[in-house]
Design a protein around this ligand. Sequence first.
Ligand code: GDP
Ligand code: GDP
Length: 473
Amino acid sequence: MLKLAIIGRPNVGKSTLFNRIAGKKLAIVDDTPGITRDWRDSEGFLYDQPIHIIDTAGLEEAFDGSIESRMREQTEEALKRADVALFMIDGRAGITPLDQHFARWLRKQDIPVILGVNKSEHGPAVQNALGEAFSLGLGEPVILSAEHGIGLEELYHALEPHFPAPEKPAAIAFDVDGTLEESEALDEIEGNEEFEFVETVPEVTALKVAIVGRPNVGKSTLLNAMVGGPRSMTGPEAGITRDAVSVEWTYKDREFRLVDTAGMRRKSKVVDKIEKLSVEDSMRAIRLAQVVILVLDGNIMLEKQDLIIAEHVLNEGRALVIAVNKWDMVDEKLELQQQLADRITRSLSQIRDIPIIHTSALNGRNINLLMDTVMDTFKMWNKRVSTGKLNRWLRMMESRNPAPLIGGRSNRLRYIAQIKTRPPTFVLWLSRPKEVPDSYKRYIINGLREDFEIPGVPIRLLIRTSKNPYSDK
Ligand code: GDP
Ligand code: GDP
């Protein structure tokens, strides 16, 4: 477990951060002999990481001329026991001579130091302190608000290089196209009922959305409708240049960020050049996004280019939501709705129930529904199923429809576990992995979708040899 000492002069917010990481109930106050002040030591969590935190609070009550030396004495003790030090300063108050003195001393100590600028929720007032913070020579500061829980993700990433190697594999590396690395970690999972996949990276705060589609379908208008104001340029002209847009907005307490590669897009008279550029553009945005909204124009039937983009989204393992825009201009709504749904189901057959929302970006119609759908789809994309449940389910699937016999012998489904989310990724161990027909893989994938309610997002199923492939049991 990583041992983190929180240090800094009185009143910068050390205890507040301590309590936040420890969880108030867990905080233990413990008098360590030989030290004049209370130590606080506790174990807590920063996202998925257990952390032992050491706090050196309590000095302010005894503020007197000797504070520097006592602070140092106490900090020395704390540092001896820690792997990393978080040196906190108060961003509102700015950097004091005591901070400077302390920083100078810290730079000479043999311990990695992370600089935290706290009380940063007062944006502008903190700017000065940030500039000064760099001058302390402790690297780039992590901007925090201990009281409001801001910056914990950045703190996590700053600490990441110092986290001890996990004892058990939580997530496992594998190739995207489904050929598993010969990984011993995976062998350990087979049959291990204790295994539960744990996310190693904390959930990023902003949900990353890409809006893609052919020129002129209404992407910019849609974006404006979603964020509730004009933030990017729209116009009737296909392929109009959009200035670099980096848009963040909040919907139902969830932060969203638009992933966009605008700026690459150039006004051009050559139409097919624009088309080509916009495809490249989309491909890049898709890789960076979590959920992709593919915008279609309700007046123009689904085109090949739309399907290429949609397929690409799914192959990249991203969550897809389709917005059929300009719905206000469509006459035969019911008929078109049915036609489109059929065409999408047929063309993108690997995924069932891709969400399709009929929008009018211009009138703001169904924009909330679109946002809700993006959030729901994101949840599906993060879906996690417990190992116990999965294996009970696997027995049921096998008894209902066993894998085809190979030369008269059964191909047993041995074990299944989820090893990843985003998208949900499962490993299935069986006796003869090379001889499972695709139709049987589809049976398993569709079963996962239906029984664990994971519609509309890609599911990956990786197939692996069992440790004892020749036993029939
Ligand atoms: P310590 O002496 O360094 O342990 O500081 P405390 O955690 O006791 O915090 C000192 C004061 O700063 C308390 O009144 C806290 O409520 C306040 N405080 C802590 N963190 C923040 C913050 O992020 N923003 C603001 N505005 N106040 C904070
Ligand atoms: P982009 O190239 O995909 O970003 O498309 P724009 O957002 O620039 O929109 C292209 C044109 O379609 C503009 O003239 C928009 O006013 C119009 N438009 C966008 N959404 C709608 C809609 O829902 N209904 C109608 N009738 N027109 C729309």
